[in-house]
Ligand binder design. Structure first.
Ligand code: RIB
Length: 276
């Protein structure tokens, strides 16, 4: 079975529930702080492993208790972390997340060790085999993301490029995405930048997702608890299905179902092991 490689971020998320998000300059009171594992890269790795893929993660944590606990948690989820470096010079990444009564979130990321990821971290990609999938997001250095995409494409690997959080990438990098995955605001940012990736998959939350002309409805969820990481879960499950050789439509259906399940729990990753 082809491997899903994930290059990306690992954060510890501090989640606070609020009735509504504060306006700039405003203070609101929230609930207790819930500390959980997150980061778009690791969330996607966990989702891909949960969908049955063989997953190798590339990234960095700090040489601290959070980082060590995170590696243990990823191992429990079945993610191969031999290529996650422990960086002695910086702390594990963190994110401050507010979740409102409707389950919608706002997120501030303090990158920590994620910002130290450089092209020396990409050496394991020399082991990529044709048919493997590289799953990318944009919480590590964009030049490293671009280099990883090029190396894996050159080895006949498939690149799934999630442009989250949105940042401008050169057209030749976007064209390596098969697909580029964007939510509606990221897709609008791509369009505003004049970027037209050859293969664009747009996720629209409860309104489903589209890949070119193909439309897939979202699974209905009665009680949304927390949408944090739903897009990551979609990407991870999609990559797992594509690595198995699924066609686009069944892969999107599996990704939609996984994303729908993910909004029924608090935090970006399922238990076990999603609490620090
Ligand atoms: O997509 C959700 C993730 O974004 C959170 O887990 C947070 O760490 C940020 O990376």
């Amino acid at each position: 079975m082809p491997t899903v490689w994930v290059l990306g971020s690992l954060n510890v998320d501090a989640i606070v529930r609020v009735e509504r998000h504060p306006q700039p300059g405003e203070t609101v009171l929230g609930g207790p702080v819930d500390i959980r594992f997150g980061g778009k890269g690791a969330n996607q790795a966990v989702a891909a492993a949960g969908a049955g893929a063989t997953v190798r993660m590339i990234g960095r944590v700090g040489d601290d208790a959070d980082g060590r606990a995170y590696l243990d948690s990823l191992r429990r989820h079945g993610v191969d972390v031999r290529d996650v470096r422990v960086d002695p010079r910086t702390a594990t990444g963190r994110a401050a997340i507010a979740v409102d009564a409707g389950g919608e979130n706002t997120i501030i990321v303090s990158p920590g060790a994620n910002a130290a990821v450089d092209t020396t971290d990409l050496e394991p990609l020399d082991a990529v085999a044709p048919g493997d999938v590289l799953l990318l997001q944009l919480e590590v250095d964009l030049a490293v993301v671009a280099e990883a995409a090029k190396r894996v494409s050159a080895r006949q690997g498939r690149v799934v490029l999630n442009v989250a959080p949105y940042a401008a990438l050169p057209p030749d990098v976007l064209d390596l995405g098969d697909p580029v995955v964007a939510n509606e605001s990221e897709a609008a940012a791509l369009a505003a930048a004049g970027a037209t990736p050859g293969e664009l998959l747009v996720t629209r939350g409860g309104a489903g997702s589209s890949w070119g002309e193909l439309r897939v409805a979202a699974d209905r969820v009665a009680d949304v608890v927390d949408t944090t990481g739903a897009g990551d879960t979609y990407c991870g499950a999609l990559a797992a299905a594509l690595a198995r050789g699924e066609d686009r439509e069944p892969a999107m259906r599996e990704a939609s179902a996984a994303a729908a399940r993910s909004v029924t729990w608090s935090g970006a990753q399922p238990d076990p092991g999603n609490r620090v």
